[in-house]
Design a protein around this ligand. Structure first.
Ligand code: IPE
Ligand code: IPE
Ligand code: MG
Length: 251
């Protein structure tokens, strides 16, 4: 039985978020430059987006560049920005053809103007895609996002548009960059580290977490299937008892 056949297609996670880690170590093990690890990682983004769409995943959020990644050596930052443009230009026609819609979360105003422009054009060109939303986290960090939302809410209160007591978790979530997306059901981190690294701190509240030591450039459809199979073996209780959850399922 293949791994794909072991997946219950009725219970595929609607939204998968991935911390794509390990490009640098993958390259180092091969005596390559770190940028070549990122370049290979881009090909994996292409494959995994299509694999996820084929399996019925509707939203795929990929952590591509964190706020903290701005502190890397300038040459690596420049190579990553160039790779975003290269990737967008290469992928846009296929995305349109395959119904892949692009969205971006993060403080993109920090990115070079040409990168911002290219991303914006791809967002517009792919706006009609309904098969899967590919959501790229670029210049993103959860603390930036949450403080930004708090600032916005404070302004609305100061302008009299909102009362402090009206702020509840639905209103707060609607001021986050992910307002249009459901929360991730499954978080995958490749590369072996067991941490969140400032990713989607609000949205991951009830996500199932899956860590693999595989480096992102080695991640493939089998790896994705394995993560989904593991996810499907979990019981999502949201604070309730196991009995309550199984009774609800039957009801
Ligand atoms: C993840 O791979 C990609 C980005 C953070 C841009 P890394 O570049 O962090 O790879 P490692 O963790 O050094 O192996
Ligand atoms: C997390 O990876 C960010 C991305 C994958 C874009 P890092 O390699 O930057 O995370 P740390 O530094 O190991 O926590
Ligand atoms: Mg890393």
């Amino acid at each position: 039985m293949s791994l794909v056949e072991k997946i219950d297609l009725q219970r595929v996670p609607q939204h998968i978020a991935i911390i794509m880690d390990g490009n640098g170590r993958w390259a180092k093990e091969r005596n390559l430059d770190r940028s070549q690890g990122h370049r290979k990682g881009l090909d994996v983004v292409h494959e995994i987006t299509n694999d996820a769409a084929d399996l019925g995943v509707k939203y795929l959020t990929l952590y591509a560049f964190s706020t903290e990644n701005w502190n890397r050596p300038q040459a690596e930052v420049d190579a990553l920005m160039a790779l975003v443009v290269f990737g967008i230009e290469r992928e846009t026609p296929g995305m349109i053809e395959n119904g892949v819609r692009l969205s971006v979360i993060g403080d993109t105003s920090r990115m070079p103007a040409d990168v911002q422009k290219r991303l914006q054009k791809c967002i517009e060109d792919t706006a009609g895609g309904t098969r899967i939303t590919l959501n790229l986290a670029l210049s993103y960090s959860a603390r930036w996002e949450i403080t930004h939302a708090a600032q916005q809410l404070a302004c609305e209160v100061a302008q009299g548009k909102l009362k402090p007591e009206e702020i509840d978790d639905t209103i707060f979530a609607s001021r986050l960059t992910t307002a249009q997306l459901p929360d991730p059901d499954l978080l995958i981190r490749t590369g072996g580290e067991l941490r969140i690294s400032n990713f989607l701190l609000w949205q991951l509240s009830y996500a199932e977490l899956y860590f693999t030591s595989e480096y992102w450039p080695d991640f493939n459809k089998e790896s994705l299937c394995q993560a989904i199979i593991d996810y499907q073996s979990r019981e999502r209780r949201y604070g309730k008892t196991s009995e309550q959850v199984t009774t609800n399922e039957k009801a």
